[in-house]
Design a binder for this molecule. Structure first.
Ligand code: AR6
Length: 173
């Protein structure tokens, strides 16, 4: 089951997977970071669709088509803004992973890729975020056979090192 997890460095907009996850905001109307990159690569039709969706609460996920992206679907999820850890941030981040995977499976996706949700502008500590991302994903894969691969896409060396460290800690406790 852990063989279904892959960690790579790169740009999520280039990936040939069934669904990529977007670290969006509550409006779903685009923004900076990975959200901006996904909207730019998908083209304006993506915004037309997300405008109709009408927003998304923190921790939940909404699916749209991928338009000009290689990915068929974009799963938009809204991570928590880090406010020191006392505002339910960890639970909300775990919800993002679980709800995104559920939305991807509902669309028939077999391969899904995640960015490091909340770890950019939203300020979530990277190592803690990587632990939550992986534990939640492993737990999901244990109960759901239909996914073949989940890719964690790291943007930069630090993120890659952190994800690999956390992953090796989980496979050899
Ligand atoms: N591919 C993969 N990862 C990326 C890419 C990319 N092309 N670009 C950035 N990252 P952020 P957040 C990484 O700030 O913290 C937006 O304005 C980045 O290095 O994109 O959840 C939204 O509209 C970081 O590790 O998302 C929201 O307002 C990770 O993606 C707000 O930012 C997430 O960083 C959401 O903040």
């Amino acid at each position: 089951m852990k063989g279904k997890i892959r960690i790579i460095q790169g740009d999520i907009t280039k990936l040939q997977v069934d669904a990529i996850v977007n670290a969006a905001n509550n409006s779903l109307l685009g923004g900076g970071g990975v959200d901006g990159a996904i909207h730019r690569a998908a083209g304006p039709e993506l915004l037309n669709e997300t405008r109709k969706i009408g927003g998304c609460p923190t921790g939940e996920a909404r699916a749209s088509k991928g338009y000009k992206l290689p990915a068929r679907w974009v799963i938009h999820t809204v991570g928590p803004i880090w406010r020191g850890g006392g505002q339910d941030e960890e639970r909300l981040l775990a919800d993002c992973y679980r709800n995104s995977l559920t939305a991807a499976v509902e669309r028939g996706a077999k391969t899904v890729a995640f960015p490091a949700i909340s770890t950019g502008v939203y300020g979530f500590p990277l190592k803690r975020a990587a632990e939550i991302a992986m534990k939640e994903t492993i737990g999901f894969l244990e109960n759901e056979d239909s996914l073949n691969q989940v890719t964690f896409v790291c943007f930069g060396d630090e993120a890659l090192r952190t994800y690999e460290e956390v992953f090796s800690g989980l496979i050899s406790p």
